[in-house]
Design a protein around this ligand. Structure first.
Ligand code: SF4
Ligand code: SF4
Length: 255
């Protein structure tokens, strides 16, 4: 049986998810042996343009990191979609917009003015958006960055032609499995575990730090309810709004 052809791509991003794949050091040689990696700019010494690599290849699987921020990102994403059977969004930027799409109600022109002091379209960029706003995404691996164990499990399932089993429950569930005291309840700190997708092993609350929602919202997250609960506890409305919109640009905020 021929090995599945894989492409790993980055749009506008910090490249942390691609790095997380390279950080699978002990397993990397097994992965490389099991698949045919056709494009992975971050791991290549020969810098052939991504567009040219796509001309040569069709992929069974494309992993795409980053938000769509520029026209170039959009063009590249559509080209990847046309050239692959399965497209996986890797990281919260790709799946939800992430940090680049953090809600900022100012117009781009005004932001340019504030940051660069002049009105110019410096990078031809627009409001950052997740991949699914432009193309069909088959599934997402969440996290900022993605979790090593989740990547390895996903690779393993896909190599066996199975759909990866991903968590569907909130961080609070893993937090309770770790027998942590609830930061929100016991310390009155703004923790977003109840509306955030699990899969990180409740890393932050397990170290006494509130969850900031980096894996994006869990399915059917009751954001209005948690918002009102936080308001009841006396958090300023602006802090709650800012926190909920840090990783999820379209988090529903009731007035
Ligand atoms: S500390 Fe945070 S994640 Fe843990 S149970 Fe409380 S709200 Fe949920
Ligand atoms: S606890 Fe929350 S902020 Fe921390 S890694 Fe997990 S999802 Fe991200």
């Amino acid at each position: 049986m021929s090995k599945p052809k894989i492409g790993i791509f980055g749009l506008t991003s910090c490249a942390g998810d691609q790095l997380a794949i390279l950080n699978c050091e002990d397993e990397l040689l097994d992965i490389v042996g099991a698949v045919d990696i056709k494009s992975f700019i971050m791991a290549q010494s020969e810098l052939k343009a991504v567009q040219d690599q796509m001309e040569d290849s069709r992929f069974d699987l494309a992993l795409v990191e980053g938000a769509v921020v520029t026209d170039e990102d959009e063009k590249m994403l559509k080209k990847i979609r046309d050239n692959t059977k399965l497209l996986i969004a890797i990281g919260t930027c790709a799946a939800w917009g992430g940090i680049p799409a953090s809600r900022n109600d100012l117009e781009r022109e005004e932001l340019y003015q504030i940051v660069y002091g002049r009105r110019e379209d410096l990078f031809g960029c627009h409001k950052p958006r997740p991949l699914r706003d432009f193309v069909q995404v088959d599934f997402s691996l969440l996290g900022c960055p993605i979790e090593k164990e989740e990547i390895l499990r996903a690779f393993s399932s896909l190599l066996h032609e199975d759909v990866p089993v991903l968590p569907t429950f909130p961080v609070c569930f893993e937090c309770k499995l770790n027998e942590n005291l609830c930061i929100f309840k016991e310390k009155d700190d703004l923790c977003h575990g109840s509306v955030t997708l699990a899969g990180c092993g409740a890393r932050c609350p397990s170290h006494g730090v509130p969850c900031r929602g980096c894996r994006g919202p869990v399915d059917e997250a009751n954001i209005p309810s948690v918002y009102h609960l936080m308001k009841e506890k006396g958090y300023p409305v602006a802090d709650v709004e800012r926190a909920l919109r840090t990783f999820t640009y379209n988090a529903e905020i009731p007035q």
